[in-house]
Write a protein of this length. Structure first.
Length: 271
């Protein structure tokens, strides 16, 4: 049996995470706010939370006493040990996102809550448009430079495939502004979000490529003359199945007509 192709170089990703700076993790702080908002809307108390993340500090403050688990391919989670599992800003680097979700579901007790937050397909859309064009012009080819992040509809489908009940997926786009391309690259490095793709180039890139990319990026400049960068945070929620949860009605089991509820007439379609 041959090994499956890997999207992410786990060693490089771990190195990037270790070199990140807690003060620059503004996307994680936004994710923490999102989780706190969602938990405030749930009429349930959680006593045994776990957080899967490469950056524990923001989550220790948000969920005191939570078990912090590194985002390895095999998660250090015990089956049925938790009533809340948060997969925090790491799923977009996962080599097997379905496997990560299944491991989280197995770690939940019945009717336990799963929340995942990750970067989605609209992240760095400006940079994604400029870098390939610049690389083709400068080198005549393309190389993997930005991770292929999933769209919200695909991630919502993965929730169902992973066996979660009552799945919900939504997203929000945050926009940061930078002086230039080097400023953006510095921020990505400080967040541990630079290129960790397994297929990335292993040699230095010529400065001319980035100079051309910045020229192309200028078309997106804001009224203040700065470069915008979009970050889409996708939020996923699902519940470990339990008999107490609401179930969809069987087709044809309705006891009242929709037309009566709407106070309108119902006409048959022509033959």
């Amino acid at each position: 049996m041959t090994d499956m192709p890997r999207l992410t170089d786990s060693v490089a990703l771990a190195q990037h995470s270790r070199s990140a700076r807690t003060a620059d993790l503004f996307l994680h702080r936004a994710a923490v706010d999102e989780v706190e908002d969602r938990l405030s809307l749930v009429n349930k108390s959680f006593t045994d939370p776990a957080v899967v993340t490469p950056f524990p500090q923001p989550w220790r403050d948000a969920l005191p006493g939570a078990r912090i688990v590194p985002d390895d391919d095999t998660l250090a989670l015990q089956p049925g040990a938790h009533d809340l599992v948060v997969h925090a800003m790491a799923l977009h680097w996962a080599n097997d996102p379905v496997g990560q979700m299944i491991q989280c579901r197995r770690a939940l007790r019945p009717d336990g809550l799963f929340i995942a937050l990750c970067l989605g397909g609209r992240t760095l859309e400006q940079l994604r448009a400029c870098l390939p064009e610049a690389e083709i012009a400068e080198t005549g080819g393309l190389s993997p430079r930005v991770a292929p992040m999933a769209e919200i509809r695909d991630l919502g489908g993965l929730l169902q495939r992973s066996g979660f009940a009552l799945p919900v997926a939504d997203s929000a786009v945050l926009t940061a502004e930078y002086r230039d391309l080097a400023h953006l690259a510095h921020d990505l490095r400080a967040m541990g979000e630079t290129n960790a793709l397994a297929g990335r180039l292993r040699r230095f890139t010529r400065r001319a490529l980035f100079t051309r990319a910045e020229t192309l990026y200028a078309q997106y400049r804001t009224a203040t003359g700065r470069l915008p960068a979009s970050f889409e945070i996708i939020s996923l929620t699902g519940w470990a199945p339990d008999e107490s949860q609401p179930k969809p009605l069987r087709p044809g089991s309705a006891q009242a007509r929709l037309a009566d509820a709407l106070g309108t007439s119902e006409d048959r379609l022509p033959e």
